[in-house]
Design a protein around this ligand. Sequence first.
Ligand SMILES: [Zn+2]
Ligand SMILES: [Zn+2]
Length: 229
Amino acid sequence: MEIIPNVHLVPGVRGVNIYLLVGSDLTLVDAGMPGHDSAILGYIDSLGLAGAKLTRIVITHHHLDHVGGAAAVKQRASSLLLAHPADAPFISGEQPPLPAQSTILRMLFRLLGPVLPRAQPVPVDATLQDGDHLDLLDGATVLHVPGHSPGSIALHFPSERLLICGDTISNRGNRLGPPPKVFTADMDQAIASLRRMAELDFDILCPGHGAPVVGGAGEQLRALVRQLA
Ligand SMILES: [Zn+2]
Ligand SMILES: [Zn+2]
């Protein structure tokens, strides 16, 4: 589904948003859960872009629902994987996942651990730092917006007035909010990151979960940040 020209939400994927950016080559932002690779590559085929190179996969943060499908896509499309250095060790498997923030969740994970899907570790080919410029659409700037995870990033596209934010901003029932507390490593840091993003000029928001907001997203985020004051 094309949200704005050359920015697609990959259909047929439940529970998480995967975005495809179309230019002279293709870029994926997040790769969904393990097993989502066929939906991604099938969608690229359906757009008639099978001949275009899926050059890179940008991972917004290390959580399973965003990185789980990356190993298979990377292998099938020979893409480069890009992420922030603070999340890279969790993606590459050099460090075990951070413990959940709530006792109940920690107990659940311990009980269900053996049957839960796991992300196959995947090498990070290049790291993205705050302020890096990426040649995507009409140009994107990388923002390091930690809190939800240590290395969460967002991509700001000033010309398109677009922000792709991973899980740093939630959209539940068309209401923007902070990321869910139980899955967030450092809530104070996450709120500070919200304030930083609220200062950006953007109108369209592509979050990791919930519907994209097309129009008025920056204003909605500024209203949220005022409420949090
Ligand atoms: Zn997350
Ligand atoms: Zn998520």
